[in-house]
Structures are given as C-alpha cells and as structure tokens.
Design a protein around this ligand. Structure first.
Ligand code: GLU
Length: 464
C-alpha cells in the first residue's frame, strides 16, 4: 500500500504562491514516499468558483511540473454522493434535519453575543420526533457533546480540542448543497487519503472533520498544517505585496525551477542548503523540518534564485521558456540567432526571461530603432570615419565569429588611436539601437553579417 496525499484548491481566483507551496509540499511528500498525489478541485461554492480559476490552477500545476497520478476530481460532480452520505448519517443517528428559522438563529446569536458567549447552535432540533422532511431544513452533524478531539499534527504536534467547543455543524444547506467541511471529509474518506497537508488556516476545521470521519467509520488521516506566508509588513501575503499568482510569475519571466526552489525553502529547511534540484527536494523533503512559524516572502531572494537558474540550467531548457516569452511578446524569432545562443549570450546579464526577451529584440528585427539619446551621445561626427572603416572591413570579412570580429574592431581602434570602449559603444548603438547588449563582438556575431552591414550603413547615414 502506498501513501496517498491530495491538493485540494478552491477555484475562486488565480493560484496563489501560498497554495502552490502547499501543492509542492503535498507533491514532494508523495514523491518522497513513492506515494500517490491527487488533485481535487473544491468547487462546491458555485458562486465564487469559475472555470477561469480552474484553468489557472491546471495551467499553474502543469507549468510547475507538479504532476498528479489521479484527478482532477471535481466536487460538483459528486453531489449525489454527498447527499447519500448525509442521508446515511441521519439514518445512523449522526446527523439530523434542522428546521430552525433564520429569525430563531439570529435571536440565538444575539442572545449569546449579549451574554458574551461564543455564538453557536444550541441543538434545538437534535431530538425532534415528529419532523417533516418536506419542510425547508438544513442537515446538521451531531457533534459529540463531551470528550476531546486529539490529533498529532505533523507540524504543530499534539492538538486537543474539547467537543464542548464545537457545535452541530451544517453539512447540507437548505438548498441541498453540501458544505465545505462535509465534502472534504467524504472525499478524504472515499479517496483513501493518508495524509492531509494544508494551510494552517484550516486547523480549526480539523477537529470537526475528524468527528465526521469517525461517525462515518472512516480512517482518520494524518494532518500537517503549514504556517502562513507573510508579506514584508508581517501581514498575510496578498496582492498588496506585489505578485502572488503563479501565472503572474511565469509571465514576469520566472523559471518554474526558481519558484519551486524558492517555495520549498519558504518554511522548510534541510541544513543550510539553499539550492535544490528537483531530485534533491524529493529526496530530502520531510515534515519534521517544516517551520512552525510563518515565513516572510522575500521577492529579492526569488529573483536571485531565478538568476541562478537562468545561468545554471542547460541553455536549451531556458530557451524553451524564452521561446514562450518571445511568442507572448509577439517577437518573430524565426530569422536570427538560435534562442539557445541568445540564452548563452544573455543569461549573465538579465534576471528574468522577460527581460531577456525584451533585451534581445534587436537580434531579430530587420530595422533597429535608434534610441534618440543614445544616438546623440554616441553616433557623433568624430566617430564616423572609424565606423566607416569598420563597415569597409566587415564587408569583406569572411569569418563572422566573435573572435575574428574582435580583431577587426581592435585593429581599427588602434588605427584611429581610440580605446576599444570608445568604438565599441557607437558600434553597439549602431547595430542594436541602444547602449545595452552582450559583448560587442558576440553581439555582432549573433546579429549576423548581412544585418550588421545594413545597420552600420543606416547609422553612418544617420550621422550625415
Ligand atoms: N479547498 C480548501 C482551500 O482551498 C482546502 C481544503 C483542504 O485542503 O482540506 O483552502
């Protein structure tokens, strides 16, 4: 028997990086134990769930490479099952129909609040005898009235909650739809989940869920609640702190490897190791080293990791992400250097694939747009003779490699008694339109001979 874990997002918006971390931890746990990772879409809240959000979850999971062996399962496809289980609970005396009116519940709440007590249902309909199921009602779980729910949380350790703290939870609403705590329990039981790894915001639901599982005669899984992610101000990480959606990071030019590496360390540690390949993460992941305190999201560290992966992953792999960016930006990369060569030329100089794509447009255009300021500063009358000489020599240059082009530039610089930099920058502006590019010889090699000659001519004419 292999262990089974699940990630159970609610499709009510983009996939938040906090949820992505939960997914990652579930996935790593399963992979580490050669277990089964399941994706379950908790879409019972029909008002807040959207197909767009479902798509965003699936797209984010695919982009991150978090593959699932089973699913995606959708709770909205299982309403018959939830209804049947609710009826079974009633038949077994573990649940009951509650006919209390809104007004009664409102009054109850007011009275308890006035008495400075926690608002809770008072069990008014627990033992009705002559009830009429045709009357509007909800179904409540008969929570035990005494005793303690105890569970050993994989992160927090022993958690104990008195049953007297819990009330009779609604499991089916008056419109017949099941509630969150109920669907989770039915699913975790039916899907034979061994361990539930989820955000700490669910820890207060756990005792209720354990009680329902017990009433169903189902196995109670192990639980591990992972601390929240905070923004720099100590508040729960949200849009106010910047990008929080996984797909936003993709669009902004982050590599999935960098985001995963960042998230794995955000709240979990393995000695002082910072860089983890996927294999290393899987091999070393454990619950014991998940931190008990909330972690603060640090965008600079994520950016640093992104740069690390841009430089260290095989160029061919980064090139695929660059290709995606190019397509997204509408840059036609069909004529020009290979994207792998672009990656090799740019990877030390940029922090994201978005920056890489934007800074590489000039490799692929037929006519560069000269930046006005750069042109005024660098394309001067003084430099014109040297540029003309370079154009002249380049025209008959056969060996169009960085090494050979460097020799030509150095020779012309010497001839005109110019430092190499004094000529490299005007040349760069001439062929890229701007002042930033990889080393000039490599830039020229990648632009290619025909485009270089044509751009040089345009620049010389521009000087007039
Ligand atoms: N659907 C819940 C959420 O997105 C998670 C429930 C669970 O993991 O048990 O917060």
């Amino acid at each position: 028997m292999t262990i089974r874990t699940r990630f159970a997002p609610s499709p009510t918006g983009y996939l938040h990086v906090g949820s992505a971390r939960t997914a990652l931890y579930c996935w790593l746990y399963a992979k580490n134990k050669h277990g089964t990772f399941i994706l379950r879409i908790e879409d019972t809240d029909r008002e807040r769930s959207t197909q767009e959000a479902v798509d965003a979850i699936l797209e984010s999971m695919a982009w991150l490479g978090l593959d699932y062996a089973e699913g995606p399962f959708y709770q909205t496809h299982r309403f018959d099952r939830y209804a049947a289980v609710a009826q079974q609970l009633i038949a077994d005396g573990h649940a009951y129909r509650c006919y209390c009116s809104k007004e009664r519940l409102e009054k109850l709440r007011e009275d308890l609040t006035a008495a400075k007590e926690k608002p809770r249902y008072d069990g008014h309909c627990r033992n009705l005898i002559n009830e009429d199921p045709n009357q509007p009602h909800v179904i409540r779980f008969k929570n035990p009235t005494s005793g303690v729910v105890v569970f050993n949380d994989g992160v927090r350790g022993l958690v104990e909650v008195e049953n007297s703290e819990l009330d009779d939870l609604i499991i089916v609403r008056s419109d017949g739809t099941p509630t969150y705590n109920f669907t989770v329990v039915v699913d975790d039981a039916d899907m034979q989940i061994d361990i539930v790894i989820r955000g700490e915001d669910h820890i207060s639901n756990t005792p209720r869920q354990i009680n329902i599982l017990t009433a169903l005669g189902a196995k109670v899984p192990q639980y591990a609640h992972i601390p929240m992610i905070l923004g720099s101000d100590g508040k729960r990480l949200s849009k106010r702190h910047g990008a929080v959606s996984v797909l936003q990071y993709r669009d902004d030019g982050y590599l999935p490897q960098a985001l995963l590496n960042y998230l794995v360390r955000l709240g979990w540690s393995h000695g002082d190791q910072e860089i983890f390949s996927q294999q290393e993460m899987i091999a070393s992941f454990d619950l014991q080293h998940i931190s008990k305190s909330p972690a603060a999201f640090n965008p600079e560290k994520l950016l640093w990791l992104n740069q690390h992966y841009l430089k260290s992953l095989p160029a061919a792999e980064v090139a695929e992400h660059l290709r995606w960016q190019m397509q997204r930006l509408g840059i036609d990369y069909s004529m020009g250097p290979t994207l792998e060569d672009v990656v090799r030329a740019q990877c030390e100089r940029v922090k994201t694939t978005l920056e890489m794509a934007e800074r590489s447009r000039f490799f692929f255009t037929d006519a560069v747009v000269l930046d006005a300021e750069a042109a005024i500063k660098h394309l001067t009358k003084d430099i014109k003779p040297a540029l003309k000489e370079i154009l002249h020599r380049f025209t008959s240059q056969i060996d169009w490699t960085a090494v050979e082009l460097h020799k030509v530039i150095a020779a012309v610089a010497a001839e005109f008694s110019l430092g190499l930099g004094k000529i490299a920058q005007p040349l760069r502006v001439a062929v890229t339109g701007n002042t930033v590019s990889p080393s000039i010889d490599l830039t020229l090699e990648l632009i290619g001979k025909a485009r270089t000659l044509q751009r040089l001519e345009v620049a010389i004419n521009h000087i007039g």
